[in-house]
Design a protein around this ligand. Sequence first.
Ligand SMILES: *[C@@H]1O[C@H](CO)[C@@H](O)[C@H](O)[C@H]1NC(C)=O
Ligand SMILES: *[C@@H]1O[C@H](CO)[C@@H](O)[C@H](O)[C@H]1NC(C)=O
Length: 134
Amino acid sequence: MARPRRVFPLLVLVAAAAAISVSAPAIAATASEADALLAWKASLTNATALSGWTRPAAAAAACSWRGVTCDAVGASVVVLRLRKLGLSGGLDELDFAALPALTELDLNGNNFTADIPASISRLRSLTLLDLGNN
Ligand SMILES: *[C@@H]1O[C@H](CO)[C@@H](O)[C@H](O)[C@H]1NC(C)=O
Ligand SMILES: *[C@@H]1O[C@H](CO)[C@@H](O)[C@H](O)[C@H]1NC(C)=O
């Protein structure tokens, strides 16, 4: 007699995992990303151009900050494009680990100084980095 194949329990597990990933709260990531961006802003010596970056009532509101673009569901910051805004300071206080989905970091044409921290390597999704003209 052939042994019965136990396929069904595996299917249930896969279906359960899919259901969990679909129903997970989408804005959880953005709350920590907003905190990381606000902490960086606070460290800058000139953040006048980022005066609209204020603690959002809803985490996803950070997606409407100047220069910030999120993914389609508002779950993660994917682009930070802050060109020619008169910003000065450094990158030391930017918690790169809090921005795992960032694909583009464009700070061209500001007044940033100091070294580029090694922790920038934690931007695992980065495809464009422009720190020119600082
Ligand atoms: C950079 O800073 C200097 C002096 O602090 C200022 O004169 C200059 O306009 C700034 N440049 C930009 C692009 O903001
Ligand atoms: C600070 O940023 C503002 C807004 O971009 C800019 O007008 C101003 O020139 C900057 N100040 C300095 C000292 O760079």
